[in-house]
Design a protein around this ligand. Structure first.
Ligand code: LRH
Length: 489
């Protein structure tokens, strides 16, 4: 059988990539075609995504695929971070730049919203973890602030929906990304009208929801004119990046958890049904929509953002490599101080090292001074938060987690993988690091009839990519550290 080619566009908060997948005899090979920087634009103290630049970058990737690699793929798919959206006017134009979720306009918006609909009601209706940047609260803030862009909007498209629309002219909301909005019913591809009413969000903004793996249509002729892509099918993949990543977890059997590790650490399990109860509300867990009707019961943990932001500040003085940061952290004293990675103050503080020092000072702990001490504090705290979260999951399901699969770019951090295995006391399987692009590509392959199910996809992942297993070998007293951490959070 000849190779079949699929192009994945995987967009993160700090970079985007075009990755070509070649599938032959159930083996997948990847080639990175194009990589570009993404960043929020700060304008008059608000944060936006430059969606038009992103569109141009994707077209540049497609053009490179055709011209430099000589490949016209069968299809393409787009996945991005969750919750953000563009508004579309009646004549099909985007009404300005979309806000970025770290914009401060949603500070305090959750409490405002709970005056219309109490917290427990909102959770029961949506099953989604409360994060101030969920689409529900972003739109609610626009309603309260009489945002003129909202007034002229006739439609709302999440980030991957928006880019799909620019490529094809088709306006749909894909299920997995829509599920991050906190506007759907738990585990269902249905809008929850009571949430729209409570927030005053016009229901006309919604579009039909399509399942992941739906063929949306063809790229417009103007795309062919600009890139030479020929007749190119657009597939709505599991377009939330976490959903795509979890599609490609190379797991078999049961009692495993996943950690999708990147800017965010998404730690959870795949469940056949949403888990929504008093207890999951209290623990603030989310139920995001997945492929094949699955639910991702997980916790959003602040993740590598903490260290990325430190690096950004440190780079301003003198550039420092990731490896140097890891090396310095290993020289620093372990368990000297901890942070709760999910403290709201770390969402977008501007100067992360200072925010961490401030947190330690406020909580009467030794203040980390050097880069190594700050990095060590972050790594220890993240790993302990993973342990804390795994225990919470076990307390909900009553099952012990026996293995943790770490996927995504964060799985490259060997030191952190080992610390995680040590702290959790279970094997950690790291890889593939390209999980999101793989999940994106394999959902295209499914839509185009080359694989039949999620299980078959995972089989392809297992045969095509190497993983590395870390067995626990704790040298430090993680239980004691955990007790101190638990006290703090
Ligand atoms: C990770 C992610 C996460 C979200 C966040 C906004 O990239 O998609 O699942 O909640 O971005």
């Amino acid at each position: 059988m000849d190779k079949n080619y699929f192009l994945a566009f995987d967009l993160g908060a700090s970079s985007g990539r075009a990755i070509l997948g070649a599938l032959k005899d159930n083996r997948l090979e990847l080639t990175e075609i194009h990589r570009f920087k993404n960043q929020m634009s700060r304008i008059h103290d608000h944060y936006y995504w430059n969606i038009f630049n992103l569109f141009e970058a994707l077209k540049a990737g497609l053009k490179k695929c055709v011209n430099e690699h000589g490949i016209q793929p069968l299809s393409f798919g787009i996945d991005t971070w969750g919750v953000d959206y563009s508004l579309v006017t009646g004549n099909g134009q985007l009404s300005g730049l979309p806000y970025a979720y770290r914009d401060h306009r949603t500070d305090n918006m959750m409490d405002e919203f709970f005056r219309s609909l109490p917290e427990n009601e909102t959770y029961k209706l949506s099953g989604i973890q409360f994060l101030q940047f969920n689409t529900l609260f972003q739109l609610f803030s626009s309603v309260l602030n009489n945002d003129p862009a909202l007034k002229i909007a006739e439609g709302m498209l999440f980030t991957p929906d928006t880019l799909n629309y620019l490529f094809t002219g088709v306006q749909k909301n894909e299920y997995t990304i829509a599920s991050t909005s906190q506007l759907l019913k738990p585990g269902k591809a249905e809008w929850e009208t009571r949430l729209f009413k409570a927030a005053g969000i016009p229901e006309k903004l919604t579009r039909d929801i399509v399942e992941p793996g739906t063929v949306l249509g063809l790229a417009l002729p103007e795309i062919d004119e600009q890139t030479g892509c020929g007749e190119l099918t657009c597939v709505a993949v599991a377009s939330h990046d976490t959903a795509s990543a979890v599609v490609s977890v190379p797991a078999e059997g049961e009692n495993w958890a996943f950690l999708s590790s990147g800017t965010w650490s998404l730690l959870g399990i795949e469940s056949p049904v949403p888990l929504v109860s008093e207890k999951t509300l209290e623990m603030n867990f989310t139920n995001e929509g997945g492929a094949e009707g699955t639910t991702r019961f997980l916790k959003n943990i602040m993740g590598m953002w903490l260290i990325q932001e430190c690096k950004r500040v440190w780079d301003d003085e003198k550039e420092i490599s990731w490896q140097e940061i890891v090396d310095l952290s290993q020289l620093a004293e372990p368990f000297k101080c901890f942070i709760n990675p999910d403290d709201a103050g770390f969402l977008n503080p501007g100067n992360m090292p200072r925010a961490i020092q401030e947190y330690c000072r406020k909580t009467n702990q030794p203040v980390p001074e050097s880069k190594g001490e700050i990095a060590r504090c972050i790594y220890d705290s993240l790993v302990l938060k993973y342990k804390y979260t795994i225990r919470q999951i076990e307390s909900v399901t009553g099952n012990r987690i026996e293995k943790l699969h770490i996927i995504g770019g964060g799985a490259n951090n060997e030191m952190l993988n080992q610390l995680t295995a040590n702290a959790l006391g279970i094997p950690v399987v790291a890889g593939p690091t390209e999980a999101t692009a793989i999940g994106n590509i394999m959902m295209q392959a499914m839509a185009m009839g080359f694989v039949g199910s999620l299980n078959e996809i995972r089989e392809v992942v297992r045969t095509s990519f190497d993983v590395k297993t870390y067995s626990p070998s704790p040298k430090l007293d993680w239980e004691k550290a955990f007790a101190a951490f638990e006290e703090l959070v």
